[in-house]
Design a protein around this ligand. Structure first.
Ligand code: SAM
Length: 300
């Protein structure tokens, strides 16, 4: 695995308007989260970790996984603790106690300091942005496109977006991540307090692969992806982890894998240095995609 960088939660988080919140930049409280509400959300998330099997699996994550794989749990923790913003019933189970606790501490510190930007808000907003774009794209493509999620991590859209009910969803990530995710969901769904967790998508297919290897599209096709069908590609929080050349290669591969069908590419870029060479106009002319929506998270 040559992906290298951890998710940005651990660093200073860029705001949507391109500014950066610091300890001193804390007076206005515009993005406030009430502390008592935060404590309730944390308690509710922790309660979902009750099944013993879930805790045992997360002990393995903590002991065996490196920072790239763990970034998936950090992102799920954001969705679990921003529960008033993002409704994701699987998020706490997929995040695990360590990341829930870590994020909760940071959020509490931000709230107490009256910080303008509370930890995780950027990712919560990003999630909503992708949800809305996916919904619009499914609608525009007639309700039954394939949805391919690269670097799917602990994304649980197949379990929470009703708009995917006629869609086949493909999730690509490293084999150990997809296996762990499936085990965690299985444990949770067989316990009493997670009966409400059900698959919303028509079908969900895991495609274990490293998208920096040249054969991931072949693997995708062998799992049932049909290039001739309308497709929505979702690249959320993943480009950041790829070296520039690999990111461009992935985009080229997506462009090349389409045929006559409609293709929508949804992607976000957190990269401070690299976004100059990945402006929306560059991508839409460089690749023959029918549609390309970008969330530029770091326009500094
Ligand atoms: C920050 S997480 C984002 C996960 C998910 N998209 C989300 O928003 O919840 C980044 C994910 O990308 C995956 N990833 C990073 N490099 C990858 C690669 N070369 N091939 C496949 N997956 C990769 C990691 O394993 C991790 O699950």
């Amino acid at each position: 695995m040559s992906s290298s960088k951890p998710e940005e939660e651990e660093k200073e988080a860029p705001c949507m308007n391109g500014e950066v919140a610091t300890e001193d930049d804390s007076s206005s409280g515009e993005v406030g989260v009430d502390e008592a509400e935060g404590e309730r959300e944390f308690a509710a998330a922790m309660a979902q970790l009750a099944p013993e099997g879930v805790r045992a699996l997360h002990a393995r994550v903590e002991a065996e996984w490196g920072p790239v794989l763990q970034s998936a749990c950090q992102t799920a923790a954001v969705r679990a603790l921003w529960a008033r913003t993002v409704r994701d019933p699987a998020a706490a189970v997929l995040a695990g106690e360590r990341y829930l606790r870590g994020l909760h501490e940071k959020m509490r510190r931000d709230v107490r300091a009256g910080a303008r930007e509370v930890h995780g808000v950027m990712i919560a907003v990003r999630t909503l942005w992708f949800d809305a774009r996916i919904e619009a794209a499914v609608d525009a493509l007639g309700g039954e496109p394939q949805v391919v999620i690269l670097g799917a991590g602990m994304d649980a859209r197949a379990y929470r977006l009703n708009c995917l009910k006629e869609c086949t969803v493909f999730e690509l990530d490293f084999p150990e991540l997809l296996e762990m995710k499936s085990d965690l969901l299985h444990e949770a769904m067989s316990s009493a307090n997670h009966q409400k967790l059900t698959l919303m998508a028509k079908s969900l297919i895991g495609v274990p692969s490293n998208i920096q290897d040249g054969d991931w599209v072949t693997k995708l096709q062998s799992c049932g992806y049909v290039p001739e069908r309308n497709t929505i590609w979702v690249l959320e929080g993943i480009i950041y982890y790829l070296h520039h050349a690999d990111a461009m290669q992935v985009l080229e591969t997506i462009a090349a894998s389409r045929s006559s069908a409609c293709t929508v590419l949804l992607a976000d870029f957190m990269n401070r240095m690299r976004h100059h060479s990945l402006q929306p106009c560059t991508i839409s002319t460089m690749t023959p995609l029918s549609s390309c929506c970008l969330l530029l998270g770091s326009l500094r």
